[in-house]
Design a binder for this molecule. Structure first.
Ligand SMILES: Cc1cc2nc3c(=O)[nH]c(=O)nc-3n(C[C@H](O)[C@H](O)[C@H](O)COP(=O)(O)O)c2cc1C
Length: 141
């Protein structure tokens, strides 16, 4: 079985991240491709920046990084961390929309003001952002 890796990066959006259609378009493309490629993860938009966690095989992550590098919707990709991991933390999501609530915002502001934010801290925050959305946003229950 291929080894599992987790990549965490940040980038600068070239368009408006508060435009729901922009985000929905990226999430829809990601969902379609990631299901095909065995990738899972979460994407957050925050203050004009994207923050993304991606989990999957090394080859699938490399291929996605090549596409991301030429995507005009963002620039200045900075990799916070890329590590071999034992298990997926976002296995339920082909690409979750991580919602940065006011409570998480101040924590994220602090992290992003650092030169090299800790990938582990970013991952933990992204998990909180996805879970909070799941707790509150499911009208079916
Ligand atoms: C912030 C951001 C995150 C993205 N995340 C993913 C992703 O997780 N998976 C993916 O396939 N494409 C993602 N994309 C889109 C890719 O850059 C690229 O446009 C897409 O994979 C090309 O898909 P296509 O070959 O089906 O046209 C993302 C784009 C942006 C701007």
């Amino acid at each position: 079985m291929a080894k599992l890796e987790r990549l965490v990066y940040g980038s600068t959006a070239t368009g408006h991240t508060d435009n729901l259609l922009n985000m929905a378009t990226i999430l829809a493309e990601s969902g379609r491709n990631n299901a095909r490629d065995g990738l899972t993860g979460a994407l957050a938009a925050h203050e004009g920046r994207f923050i993304q966690v991606i989990e999957g095989s090394s080859d699938a992550i490399d291929a996605l990084l090549r596409r991301l590098a030429t995507d005009p919707r963002h620039k200045d990709i900075v990799i916070f961390g890329r590590d071999l991991v034992e298990q997926r933390l976002f296995g339920d999501w082909v690409m979750a929309n991580a919602r940065i609530t006011p409570g998480l915002k101040s924590v994220l502001d602090g992290m992003m003001s650092q030169q090299a934010p800790s990938a582990d801290h970013v991952v933990t925050l992204m998990q909180d952002a996805v879970v909070q959305m799941d707790d509150g946003g499911d009208a079916e229950r």
